[in-house]
Design a protein around this ligand. Structure first.
Ligand code: NAD
Length: 427
């Protein structure tokens, strides 16, 4: 029997692209952008929808839908992850692609913004089904990706192995090995030292700079984390080693709370076996909503977008929010948190360590010249530090919060490029 899972192709009530557009519009208004530039940057350059049919291990045939969106390739090749999720949608990809444009511009990287997704549920799929689907997806988007066009990377439920499969399928298509087509690859095939924990490392650097800026020592501070995957677990380890107290963590299956602090190295061993934090050490269990309301100093949303919204923002007690996830806070929630004087390190700054080290991986692949881990970390630190203080300066200059400041900085940089290229001949 032919089974097509396109019942899952739906837009959620929460529309991430509307959120992304509202953030962009606020900055565009502050900068008084010319209408032709404003419109050009409001919409993605390209949106591709593809369908992949594969034979499952049980012999049944399944068709999956995927997307690749390029928001802007003006300042360099598109850059952005590929997400596997049953809830993926075109609107989500459009938002994530736009956020990538602004993130790369905040860091002043010579890259644009893109994002991809496949609607599927990896925990229900075997390794060989995931490999088939990934290679079919690569084949479906092969004309629009490439080292000088658009360079994918891992995101939710994709990892270094997924990138290796993409690299293989793309290399076969063009007829030679091309590692620079994706970042976040295994070291054996051109990956960079330091890439796997880079997003958490970038968050850590931005928290260290925030600590200096606010004169707020991080030692002993209580931390809550939503999402314990690549991003959530890497920042947890760094803050634990620094001397913070990680008191609550949730993931998609459940959550744990211990007011005296969770032992992160032991938790990591447990998660390797169980794939979830749920049930660790018989700690008190906790939901996402409960985590948002606990008495903590620093909140780290590291799961998916839209989790902090108008109905729960007023209950948040944290003094600092550092956004590991892309778009975890809606614009309404952002205003509520601003009124409560929560210091927000916005996603397009806070989680930019990942794309920064991805940029360094791409540079290394293109040159076939590889850096030691210390060099990668050092460069990442310098770039994150520069971006942090650039945003603080704009925030002081425009008397606005860190999110608006990051958008003003990013939109100004990209708009300047559009202006230099001129009105005629593109789009
Ligand atoms: P991941 O798949 O490794 O981990 C995601 C985590 O979030 C898992 O622990 C999962 O259980 C949890 N989660 C998912 N839905 C949840 C829900 N409804 N409630 C609670 N927990 C939930 O993904 P990741 O790579 O860590 O990415 C997490 C976020 O960080 C995403 O928004 C992604 O776009 C963003 N991000 C990732 C990178 C990167 O380098 N991987 C870079 C920048 C931003």
């Amino acid at each position: 029997m032919v089974k097509i899972n396109n019942s899952k192709i739906r837009e959620k009530k929460y529309d991430p692209f509307i959120e992304a557009t509202l953030q962009y519009e606020r900055a565009a208004k502050t900068l008084d952008l010319e209408p032709w530039i404003y419109n050009r940057l409001k919409f993605p350059e390209k949106e591709l929808t593809v369908h992949m049919t594969i034979t499952l291990d049980n012999g049944e045939v399944e068709t999956y839908t995927g997307y690749r969106v390029q928001h802007s390739t003006l300042r360099g090749p598109g850059k952005g992850g590929i997400r596997y999720s049953p809830d993926a949608s075109l609107s989500e990809c459009k938002a994530l692609a736009a956020w990538m444009t602004w993130k790369c511009a905040v860091l002043d990287l010579p890259l644009g913004g893109a994002k991809g997704a496949v609607i599927c549920n990896p925990p229900d799929m075997s390794e060989s089904e995931l490999e088939k689907l990934t290679k079919e997806y690569t084949y479906a988007i092969k004309e629009i990706i490439g080292p000088q066009k658009d360079i994918p990377a891992p995101d939710v439920w994709t990892n270094a192995q997924t990138m290796a499969w993409i690299c293989d399928a793309y290399s076969r298509y063009i007829g030679h090995f091309e590692p620079a087509v994706v970042t976040g690859k295994p070291l054996e095939i051109g990956g960079s030292q330091g890439r796997s924990g880079a997003t958490g490392l970038g968050m850590y650097y931005s928290l260290l700079e925030t600590s200096k800026h606010l004169e707020y020592p991080l030692e002993g501070k209580r931390v809550g984390i939503i999402g314990y995957g690549n991003v959530g677990s890497s920042i947890a380890r760094l803050l634990y080693d620094y001397g913070c107290k990680i008191i609550a963590i949730t993931d998609i299956y459940g959550g744990i709370f211990n007011k005296n602090g969770i032992k992160i190295p032991e938790l990591d061993n447990y998660v390797v076996k169980t794939k979830s934090v749920k049930g660790f050490n018989k700690y008190h269990s906790i939901t996402n909503e409960e985590l948002l309301e606990i008495n903590c100093d620093i909140l780290l949303p590291c799961a998916i977008e839209g989790m902090i919204h108008s109905k729960n923002a007023s209950k948040i007690k944290a003094k600092i929010i550092c956004e590991g996830a892309n778009g975890p806070t809606t614009t309404e929630a952002d205003e509520i948190l601003g009124d409560k004087h929560v210091f927000m390190i916005p996603d397009i700054l806070a989680n930019a360590g990942g794309v920064t080290v991805s940029y360094l991986e791409w540079v290394q692949d293109v040159q076939r010249l590889f850096y030691a881990e210390d060099e990668v970390k050092n460069r990442c630190w310098q770039m994150m530090q520069r971006a942090f203080w650039d945003v603080v300066r704009i925030s002081d200059q425009y008397k606005t919060n860190m999110r608006n400041a990051a958008y003003i900085l990013a939109v100004k940089r990209v708009a300047n490029s559009v202006r230099m290229f001129g009105k005629i001949g593109r789009n």
